[in-house]
Design a binder for this molecule. Sequence first.
Ligand SMILES: [Zn+2]
Length: 317
Amino acid sequence: MAKKTIGIEIDDAIFTKAKAKAAADDKTINRIVVEALYAYVGETPPPLPKPEPEPPAQPVPPKKSTIYVVQSGDTLGAIAKKMYGTPTKYYVIQKANNLSDPGKIWVGQKLVIPPLDGATQPATSAPTPQPTPQPTPTPPTPAPQPGTDEPGLKNPRPADIEFVGSPNFNRRPDGEISAIVMHATANGSLERLIDWFNKPTAQVSAHYTIGKDGTIVQHVRDEFRAWHAGKSEWNGRKDLNSWSIGIEQVNWNNGEDPFPEAQYEAAFDLVAYLCEKYAIDPDMILAHYDVSPNRKTDPKGYDMQRLRDTVRLRLQK
Ligand SMILES: [Zn+2]
């Protein structure tokens, strides 16, 4: 098809404003003009071309065993990506360090990173005390069933979390879990939210929802990517859905509807458990409005600092 290029003069203030608005919609000014022209003649604009993802720089896998010190926000998958270039090799690190649960690592822990070809040999000089060797699960490791006890956590999984499911999830590209995003549902009932998250057409979900009475339900397993944050960014990193856990709280999000103490207490229990289990720094407990500041106001009126402070105390105990 023949193409025509058009040039127009436009007031600078309007242009700047329109450009910012377009960027918030993930579009360019050109695209906005194209869509307007197509709409004007009553035709459908061509679909946006998919952006080519930049190929990530591949790390060189170590030739001999090295030691890696676990950083805040690390998961075995993230470490495997850093060291081997792919999160799928996490089981090599898990096996070399005799970790029975790949979710249980802690900041400051020293891990042996074996070379990939030596992956089947046991590590000779592991710096951490070795627990009894466990049979190595084949990846992907199934997550504990909801409600299963996980011994060894100071902040155990809150009891009686009902798994209510949701079809709205997919795989985490890196298997990483290193932030929590708190939300408010902007509706008044847990039941209605569960129904909503169970509609495939809704295309939204969260991992957990906390009711006003402190009831916690789970919609999506932690290891999967729930769809709660949308267009989002924190510390220069985009797409919080891929690396965070989303927690909804039943609240009208008008700044007046109160968050009852039972709801706070349930959030303290749940978030402390998640932060301990996945070694998430309490500074990475974020509000939806932190990560999508131009689009979102939830959870309005919720005391985020109280949540962070309480969780930090519970992790230190
Ligand atoms: Zn939200």
